[in-house]
Each structure stands twice: as structure tokens, then as C-alpha cells.
Design a protein around this ligand. Structure first.
Ligand SMILES: NC(=O)c1ccc[n+]([C@@H]2O[C@H](COP(=O)([O-])OP(=O)(O)OC[C@H]3O[C@@H](n4cnc5c(N)ncnc54)[C@H](O)[C@@H]3O)[C@@H](O)[C@H]2O)c1
Length: 310
């Protein structure tokens, strides 16, 4: 049973994870190497919880106990004593993760689980510095983790099957949608899919095929609507009519070759695409500041999640 949760790193993702764990009734300690970041993270998690009351995701009478579940601490020792599960959300680079992993093992019981939020690093490499690597894995959320159900579980070479099962069951019990990767790849599943779409969105902009606004509109008014309901394989199974996925692959699927042949395969963003993207997003930023848009997104996400839950 994972009861005492440690949030290590209280930035964007750590504070959102803290919101989610506190919402589930878990005692959630928060620590950041930067004291101000920790205070900011606790404040943000509190604001998230209050907003969840407005969004009917948390009963008003349960707000105080959820807020009390957020327990900021000032040392790693306080964070990790009696801890069952660490959700690590520090900066995305191997050196920082290695430094943190070396430090936490000095205070952590060998049974406690270490889960990394890493968006695309390999667990096998991160767990090299651990004395007890079998209890470590990646539990990658999607932003914001307190709302989006997906968690990608990625074992490293030394992760035990028990660790994966325990974490998977834990997330399932609290309504998350964990997926388990059979092998490690940079970017896991969801960020690789996002990377493929993003490259093409940048390439279309760079090639002046359409405006940034229209490229985004094409995505969220078309495929994006279906993606909330089913994945690409299931969508094209319907696209094949009575013949199903096989008919799609052998029929219209063949014409995709001419699209793929015409598409970019670059692995670094060209300067021209970078400039057009930054300039192209400006009108939207002026019309509606990011903070307002994030609130709007969260409110709609909650309504969508409720609908999907019916
Ligand atoms: N931003 C996203 O959309 C997103 C989505 C999913 C996963 N992630 C992953 O989550 C992790 C954190 O990303 P973020 O966007 O929250 O970053 P962030 O920069 O907002 O927060 C990182 C926090 O880690 C703290 N930190 C750095 N070194 C530390 C140390 N030694 N000990 C304790 N705290 C330390 C920093 O002070 C900072 O507050 C990364 O691995 C990232 O890949 C990010």
C-alpha cells in the first residue's frame, strides 16, 4: 500500500502531481532544492484544489482536508522518512537526475518506490546510480497531471516486474489510465506521437502552407476531436468501413505513401520555422494571455473528462 507520498521538485509538474495526490487523500510532502520554488509549488497546488471545487471535482467540505494533505518540508530527510513512493519531477537532464537519485537513497527505505516524471529520458540510464534500482521506473504524466488520466509506466533494465505491477495497480485504483511500455524508447509513446505531429505542424508553417492559426484549427476541429475518444489504430479501423483496418491499410492507406514522401524528416527545428512559430503565436498571446488560456483549458478538460466518464 503506497500511503506516504514524496514530491521531489515543485515546478509545473511537481505541483500538479501534488494536487492530484492530495485530492486522492494521500499525505503528500513537497520538497524543492529551491525554497521559493517549493513555496510557489504549494501555493499553486492549493489554487488548483480550490479551482477543482469550482469545477465540481472536489466537494467544498473536503477542501480543507485536501489542503492539509499538502505538507511542505525543508530537507530531503524530512521528505523521505516513512516515505512509500517518490514522484521525482526535477529538471530533465541526466546529471540532475543522477545527483538527486544518489542523494535520496541515503534517506529512503529500500522498499520505497522511485518514480520519475521524465518526459523522455531512459530509466536504465537514470537507475545506474541507484543501489536498489529494481524499485525505480518512469511514471510519465501529461500536463496537467492533476487532470489528465494518462501515466506512461516505463521500466528500466533493472526495474522489477513487482514495481511495475504495484505502481500500475496504485494508479488504476485512483482512476488514472496507466499504460506500460515493453521497452524503453526516448519520448515513450505519447511524446513520440506528439513529436511527429509537432514536426509536421512546424513544417507546414515553415512551408507557408497555412497560417499557424489554421494549422492548429485543423488539428483541434478535426482529428483532435476524435483523439479524445479513440486512438489512431481504432479510428482507421472505422475508416476502413466493413473491411475494417485491413481494408484501410490496403486501400486509402496506400495513398499515405505520397504524403510521407513529401513530409519533412528533419531532427532539428530550422531557424526559419522557429521564427515563424514564435511570431505566429503572438496574436493569440495578445488576445488571450497563457494563464487565462490554461484556466479555460482546465475547465473544458474537466467537462470533457466527465462526458467521457459517462
Ligand atoms: N512541462 C511539461 O509539460 C512536462 C510534462 C510531463 C513531464 N515533465 C517532466 O517533469 C519533470 C519536471 O518538469 P517541469 O516542467 O515541472 O520543470 P520545472 O523547471 O517547472 O521544475 C523543476 C523543479 O525541480 C527543481 N529542482 C532542480 N534540481 C533539484 C534538486 N536537485 N532537488 C530538488 N529539486 C530540484 C527546480 O528548482 C524546479 O522547481 C521533467 O523531468 C520533465 O521532463 C514535464
Amino acid at each position: 500500500m503506497l500511503q506516504n507520498i514524496a514530491i521531489l521538485g515543485c515546478g509545473l509538474i511537481g505541483s500538479s502531481w501534488a494536487t492530484w495526490f492530495a485530492l486522492q487523500g494521500q499525505k503528500t510532502r513537497l520538497y524543492d532544492v529551491d525554497q521559493t520554488a517549493c513555496e510557489r509549488g504549494v501555493k499553486r497546488a492549493g489554487e488548483n484544489l480550490r479551482r477543482l471545487v469550482d469545477l465540481d471535482m472536489l466537494a467544498a467540505e473536503d477542501l480543507q482536508s485536501a489542503l492539509q494533505n499538502l505538507q511542505p518540508v525543508k530537507t530531503l530527510q524530512e521528505l523521505l522518512s516513512d516515505c512509500d513512493y517518490v514522484q521525482e519531477s526535477v529538471r530533465e537532464d541526466y546529471d540532475t537526475k543522477a545527483e538527486v537519485y544518489r542523494a535520496i537513497e541515503q534517506h529512503l527505505s529500500p522498499q520505497a518506490i522511485i518514480a520519475s516524471s521524465s518526459s523522455g529520458l531512459l530509466m536504465s540510464k537514470m537507475q545506474e546510480v541507484l543501489k536498489h534500482p529494481s524499485r525505480s521506473l518512469i511514471a510519465h504524466p501529461f500536463n496537467p497531471p492533476h487532470l489528465i488520466p494518462l501515466v506512461e509506466l516505463v521500466p528500466g533494465k533493472k526495474t522489477s516486474a513487482d514495481t511495475v505491477t504495484t505502481v500500475r495497480e496504485f494508479f488504476l485504483r485512483f482512476g488514472k489510465r496507466p499504460v506500460v511500455l515493453n521497452k524503453e524508447v526516448p519520448g515513450h509513446i505519447a511524446n513520440r506521437l506528439a513529436a511527429a505531429v509537432w514536426r509536421e505542424a512546424l513544417a507546414l508553417l515553415d512551408d507557408d502552407v497555412a497560417s499557424l492559426e489554421d494549422i492548429d484549427a485543423a488539428l483541434c476541429n478535426g482529428p483532435g476531436l476524435r483523439w479524445a475518444l479513440m486512438g489512431q489504430h481504432a479510428i482507421y479501423d472505422l475508416g476502413g468501413g466493413e473491411g475494417g483496418y485491413q481494408a484501410f491499410i490496403d486501400g486509402i492507406g496506400r495513398s499515405f505513401t505520397s504524403y510521407w514522401e513529401d513530409m519533412q524528416t528533419w531532427t532539428r527545428i530550422p531557424e526559419s520555422a522557429r521564427e515563424k512559430a514564435i511570431a505566429g503565436i503572438e496574436p493569440l498571446r495578445k488576445k488571450c494571455p497563457p494563464e487565462e488560456r490554461a484556466q479555460w483549458r482546465d475547465e473544458k478538460l474537466v467537462r470533457l473528462l466527465k462526458l467521457l466518464d459517462e
